[in-house]
Design a protein around this ligand. Structure first.
Ligand code: SAH
Ligand code: SF4
Ligand code: F3S
Length: 484
């Protein structure tokens, strides 16, 4: 039984407990580092910032940890299982360190922030513990660790956005990239550890975001995904003319998320723009209308609901009711009739009854999501739920309910995909199909994976191709390219 399951093949991109070692870069560095990332896209994006800082300090990436001088794990605390995965990876790295005592092991990210100094007591042979807002201090911390001291920096910041650091895209397909637009989270969903591990919400300078997206486009990228825990609360006040106006003056420009989306969409019509994650309470009509105005803002919204029961939503502190959420879905469908939708679900939250669970199932049917990320509840120390409510649903009930949600979502995904048979989509090719190098793989605007045979066309990665859908599975549309 899997703890989490996306019913589409793109599940590993978000909060899965997966990792991707960065591939080796140039050999001209003094030392080598190896990094593995776990958790959400924000963590993967942070690893690219870390790579940039390390490159500037004489460390080049290697994909082989056995030859690394510095091994880093960028960790996730979202569920207990995510932390267990990290601990079992650490066992392996400690073995290597035994035969190469000079090798340094550093733990970065959310688990570092959650456990702080305790990490060093719990996990021997870890040399550095560095929280998500302290990556600029890495060179100093490495220096300390090289002299045999244990190095810890878990200070959270109200300002840090790493706006001026150009991420190093080492593990990229050269087509799609993540761009972080904000950090932290001010919501207090009672089940969630993120506000504790990532700190207060802060928005990144809009000018630096647009510049990063423009640079990506200029170097051949065709898709950017704007990242934040709650993108709709993006809010940045900039000065119209630097040095001319002080904060609060009449010449200040306010950039909302809708305005930012538009600025990025205007870079070029052939640059696709995506974003994640939208909180149902904050996504506005203005955002939906901005999407409708620009065809290159993809028709896809990830709108986590968590539960279909108003009572449970209240305990989760999500601040909306079932009816309010359903009205939001109606609004999206009215403004963007062809919009793809996905969600996150937690089963077995504190006190969840069979009736609450049935409410979740019926909400899924109503929303007709294309896919869902589904989890059973995992109590996280220090969260509001851990302090206030009893984790009283037996694990087998949590898992059985998860199983039912997964089964229903699989059915809905298949029905939705079958309804696409006969349609023509513009697909951005991002690589070979996983199953066969004879087929291309890409995505349509709705974020569905589309595969089609290479034969008969001369396309390459990064091309847009019109594909007619002829068949499907629950996770993939299968078609042929239309030669035009
Ligand atoms: N900011 C994003 C979510 C980040 S965490 C948002 O608001 O949507 C991603 C997902 O992990 C959450 O949406 C939730 O479904 C799940 N999750 C978070 N904490 C969890 C916990 N304690 N147990 C199980 N699943 C959890
Ligand atoms: Fe966690 Fe809620 Fe913030 Fe998402 S919005 S990161 S679920 S507290
Ligand atoms: Fe995990 Fe931290 Fe992201 S807890 S989901 S890596 S913000």
């Amino acid at each position: 039984m899997l703890e989490s399951l996306g019913t589409s093949s793109h599940d590993e991109e978000r909060q899965g407990e997966s990792y991707a070692p960065l591939v080796a870069d140039s050999q001209n560095y003094r030392k080598k580092f190896y990094i593995e990332s776990y958790g959400c896209a924000m963590n993967f994006s942070d690893s690219e910032i870390v790579a940039s800082i390390l490159n500037d300090n004489g460390f080049g990436a290697t994909a082989n940890y056995e030859e690394a001088d510095l091994v880093l794990l960028n960790t996730c605390s979202i569920r207990e299982k995510a932390e267990q995965t990290v601990r079992s990876r650490l066992h392996i790295f400690r073995q290597v360190k035994r035969s190469r005592p000079g090798m340094l092991i550093g733990v970065l990210g959310c688990m570092a922030e959650r456990l702080k100094e305790k990490f060093l007591q719990e996990e021997r042979l870890v040399d550095m513990v560095v929280g998500p807002d302290a990556y600029r201090a890495l060179p100093v911390l490495i220096g300390e660790a090289e002299t045999g001291q244990k190095a810890v920096n878990v200070l959270l910041s109200r300002e840090e956005t790493y706006a001026d650091i150009s991420p190093v895209r080492l593990d990229s397909n050269g087509v799609a990239a993540f761009v972080s637009i904000m950090r932290g989270c001010n919501n207090m969903c009672s089940f969630c550890v993120v506000p504790f591990t990532r700190g207060r919400e802060r928005s990144r300078d809009a000018i630096s975001i647009v510049r990063e997206c423009q640079d990506l486009f200029d170097s051949g990228y065709k898709e950017v995904t704007l990242l934040g825990q709650n993108v709709d609360s993006y809010y940045w006040i900039g000065e119209e003319a630097a040095g001319m106006a002080g904060p609060g003056s009449a010449t200040d420009t306010v950039v909302t998320f809708a305005a930012l989306l538009e600025k990025v969409a205007l870079i070029d019509p052939s640059l696709r723009v995506r974003f994640s994650t939208s909180h149902p309470k904050d996504i506005t009509d203005e955002v939906l209308h901005t999407m409708a105005r620009h065809e290159n803002i993809c028709r896809y919204i990830h709108l986590p609901v968590q539960s279909g029961s108003t009572r449970i939503l209240q305990l989760m502190n999500r601040t909306y009711t079932r009816e309010w959420y359903l009205a939001k879905i109606d609004r999206i469908r009215a403004i963007l009739p062809d919009c793809g939708l996905s969600t996150d679900i937690i089963t077995g939250f504190c006190s969840e009854t069979e009736e609450d669970h049935q409410d979740t199932l019926s909400l899924l049917e109503y929303a007709r999501y294309d896919m869902s990320y589904m989890f059973f509840y995992s109590e996280r120390p220090g969260t509001l739920a851990a302090r206030r409510y009893k984790d009283d649903i037996p694990e087998e009930t949590k898992k059985r309910r998860l199983d039912e949600v997964v089964k229903l979502q699989k059915k809905l995904s298949l029905v939705n995909n079958c309804a696409d048979i006969g349609k023509i989509f513009e697909v951005l090719i991002d690589g070979d199909s996983k199953r066969s190098a004879e087929d291309w793989k890409g995505r349509n605007s709705q974020n569905k994976v589309v595969v089609f045979p290479k034969a008969g066309g001369s396309y390459q990665k990064g091309d847009y191709v019109r594909v007619k859908v002829e068949d499907c599975t629950g996770g993939t549309l299968i078609g042929t390219a239309l030669l035009s």
